[in-house]
Design a protein around this ligand. Structure first.
Ligand code: ASN
Length: 326
């Protein structure tokens, strides 16, 4: 197989500095050497480091666009793509790639590590080797591979700061689990034609509105600024937010009236939004908030950014969430 591996930054290729760990530009060479040492790996690897390597906490929607354009430019030259990325925002990037490469007919796998590769006790190679193994298995689509779990790209959530198992897939069983061998979830996927769409990503067009006890209009006003076109509302439980403060609901209504798409996602971390179940949730529906159903907040944020980037009208974006399209 011809496998393209892009190092975008992140702990996997970091080395110590006076300020703490920073990405190392020589990492691609180290990894190339490492992979070429093994006789068992009969693949053609092309491994590159991006010119500006980042800690993924600095990533913006523009970085998703850069990674996607890079993959697109090499699409016909490779059989599989592996993106080495920091874990902090890996779930956002894997979601972005899964929207941009919908129904991908090649594997695109995002991975990284909790501990850098230069350390003896590292999870770097086990994750890289797992990602390569997933490519060898002939699976197609966008996935996040971490600590033996192959998670759908738009279903992953960073769930632990320090466990090897840093990612969860709260509302969808992982496609595969790698131990000595792979264990696969049986799927009944209807093959659909692949669609690559890499929109211009506008930074700052999507925001997150947290719900917390005592939340006030002043807390959200700044977040719902003029240039915002989409917002993820991090609600309680099955999609509830306080309905006893009319000013909060008026603010949300004014935003939806001017075309801001507000998507309701639960801060529970797992389960679905059923916003009509309680009066406190129905109030949100009345002011035009749409349900994110069982999406992670990362996927909801990215889907909003993606659909806004495509230049869709707010009605079309709302429909995209309600019908679970795109
Ligand atoms: N701060 C790092 C990053 O996201 C964390 C990691 O990769 N484990 O780039």
């Amino acid at each position: 197989m011809k496998i393209y591996i892009a190092y975008t930054g992140g702990t996997i290729g970091m080395v110590p500095s006076d300020q703490g760990l920073i990405p190392d530009a020589a990492f691609a060479d180290h990894l190339t050497q490492h992979l070429n040492e093994s006789d068992e790996l009969a693949h053609d690897f092309v491994i590159t480091s991006y010119p500006t390597l980042i800690d993924s906490s600095n990533a913006t929607p523009k970085d998703w666009q850069t990674i996607a354009r890079d993959i697109e430019s090499k699409w016909h030259d490779f059989d599989a793509f592996i993106v080495l990325h920091g874990t902090d925002t890996m779930a956002y990037t894997s979601a972005a790639l899964s929207f941009m490469f919908a129904h991908s007919d090649k594997p695109i796998i995002v991975t990284g590590s909790q501990v850098p590769m230069y350390k003896v006790r590292t999870d770097a190679m086990i994750n890289v080797m797992g990602a390569i193994s997933a490519c060898e298995e002939g699976i197609n689509g966008v996935f996040l591979f971490f600590a033996g779990r192959l998670i759908e790209g738009d279903r992953a959530h960073k769930a632990h700061t320090s466990d090897w198992q840093a990612f969860s897939s709260p509302n969808c069983p992982e496609l595969g689990v790698l131990g000595i061998d792979w264990r696969w979830r049986s799927t009944n996927v209807i093959k659909q034609p692949m669609v690559i769409q890499i929109p211009e990503m506008d930074e700052g067009s999507v925001t997150i509105l947290p719900v917390f006890p005592g939340v006030q209009v002043a807390h959200w006003q700044g977040l719902l600024s003029e240039n915002v076109k989409g917002a993820v509302l991090l609600s309680y439980g099955a999609g509830n937010a306080p309905d006893k403060d009319p000013a909060l609901l008026t603010l949300l209504k004014a935003a939806t009236d001017r075309g801001v798409v507000i998507v309701n996602v639960s801060q529970c971390g797992a389960g679905s939004v059923a916003a009509g179940a309680y009066a406190a949730g129905s109030a949100l529906v009345k002011v035009g908030v749409v349900s994110g159903i069982d999406m992670t907040y990362e996927a909801a944020f990215v889907k909003l950014s993606f659909l806004i980037g495509l230049g869709l009208l707010s009605e079309e974006i709302r429909a995209g969430f309600l019908e679970n399209e795109f």
